[in-house]
Ligand binder design. Structure first.
Ligand SMILES: [Zn+2]
Length: 429
């Protein structure tokens, strides 16, 4: 099925082109100022007063935590996690996770996210909903285990990691990928670091980790092991796999040197870090040091939305204020964190993250016909500083429209809303 966007502003890595974008076989097949030949029978999409941007890439979330939206606000990370989130999560089942995942993916699609990296429980349900929805997903099964004698593949959690990998990795021509995850230094132990690290490396999986999110975690790790979390994970081989390290609020210069050396991506989660009062990650310095920095929302329980536009704007303005430098993170850099750098983090840089011929047609159309987009001196500036998720009027992954003008083409959102209201809430709270 071919599609042709007509008379539209297209945000490419080389600037804005006004004209036509053709989609053929799930890929971007044409970009140009004049109408291409061969699209006579294609679906024509009127692009007047609209813009096309690459799909946004959320490199750190826990999508079923949508169920915990607004449940435990205004706590620090430690209190929030141990007294509120962990006890509620202990009551989850597959049906809850499925309903929460439908809502979370629907929210992401409606806000222009076309690919996300996740870690959670009941991952068969997450993978199944992701497969049906049409979104790109990199899914990992969280294992929290303090038993230092644990053998990989023998405890419940690690058995599920193996099953998930065997059943889902590479599904639909790589649209669904399975990652590994070390939840955090303080929720796991050496045997898991070694075994999951080598499992990820041997199978070419991306490793996700939470790193130095709070001061307590960072300093506690130094007290316990004489090393920062990053240095510890390097020591045990965790970073030998291609790694996404979420948060990194408290990392130091030596951590950054390790991250650069090992090619670790820093997934910046500014809304979550501010909401949980964890602090502000040293993003300008990390970028200066040559570290790939991407963006994430984190779970909705600490955000409380999946709006990557909000994340992008905050990433752009937060570091200006902290560093008294208006150029600390400029609009273009903030946009790259949410797009091309996210694709690099997920190992998808050859398929998405930018609008170019040959890339997957993971595209987001924005409605510019709104007061807050006028005037438009600079499209990129308006996208980073003025846009919001609700400006998205169409989201497409691999050329397939998944969301358009309030309508979800692949997900039964009504059913999920019913299950959340009538099942998940009473079970969990
Ligand atoms: Zn997280």
């Amino acid at each position: 099925m071919k599609s042709l966007f007509e008379n539209i502003k297209i945000l490419t890595p080389n600037g804005v082109i006004e004209g036509f974008l053709g989609v053929d076989g799930g890929k971007i097949a044409y970009i140009g100022e004049v109408a291409p030949a061969g699209y006579e029978s294609a679906r024509k999409i009127d692009g007047r007063r609209r813009a096309l941007i690459p799909g946004l890439i959320n490199t750190h979330t826990h999508v079923p935590m949508t169920l915990l939206r607004g449940y435990a606000d205004d706590y620090d990370l430690d209190t929030w996690l141990t007294r509120h989130i962990f006890p509620a999560e202990a009551k989850l089942d597959g049906k809850c996770v499925r309903a929460g995942t439908v809502l979370g993916i629907a929210e992401m699609l409606a806000g222009g996210t076309t690919s996300f990296s996740d870690s959670y429980y009941f991952c068969d349900e997450i993978a199944s909903v992701a497969e049906i929805s049409g979104i790109k997903a990199s899914i990992s099964r969280t294992v929290i285990n303090f038993d230092n004698e644990v053998k990989f593949g023998e405890c419940d959690g690690t058995r599920e990691v193996l099953d998930l990998f065997n059943n889902w990795h590479g599904r639909d021509n790589g649209r669904i990928r399975i990652d590994a995850i070390i939840h955090a230094e303080y929720t796991t132990s050496e045997s898991l670091w070694r075994s999951l690290g080598s499992f990820a490396k041997e199978n070419g999986l991306i490793m996700q980790i939470h790193v130095s999110e709070s001061e307590r975690e960072h300093k506690g790790c130094i007290e316990k092991y004489g090393k920062t979390p990053i240095a510890l994970f390097e020591h045990y081989g965790v970073l030998d796999a291609k790694t996404i390290a979420a948060h990194c609020v408290w990392i130091d210069d030596e951590d950054m040197a390790i991250m650069r050396k090992k090619g670790v991506t820093l997934a910046h989660n500014p809304v979550s870090n501010l909401k949980l009062a964890s602090g502000i990650a040293p993003i300008p310095k990390a970028i200066e040091q040559g570290i790939n920095v991407s963006l994430g929302t984190d779970g909705v329980a600490s955000n409380n939305s999946h709006d990557m536009f909000e994340e992008m704007k905050l990433a752009a303005i937060l570091h200006k204020g902290r560093n008294y430098n208006p150029c600390a993170v400029n609009a273009e850099t903030a946009f790259n964190l949410a797009t091309v750098n996210g694709a690099i983090a997920q190992g998808r840089e050859n398929e998405c993250g930018k609008i170019a011929v040959g890339m997957d047609a993971d595209l987001v159309m924005l409605d510019l016909d709104r007061p807050h987009f006028m005037p438009c001196h600079n499209l990129l500036s308006n996208i980073v500083y003025s846009a919001r998720g609700s400006d998205v009027c169409m989201t497409m992954v691999r050329g397939k429209v998944l969301y358009e003008n309030g309508e979800f083409k692949t997900l039964d959102v009504e059913r999920a809303l019913f299950d959340v209201e009538n099942y998940a809430i009473s079970r969990m709270f």
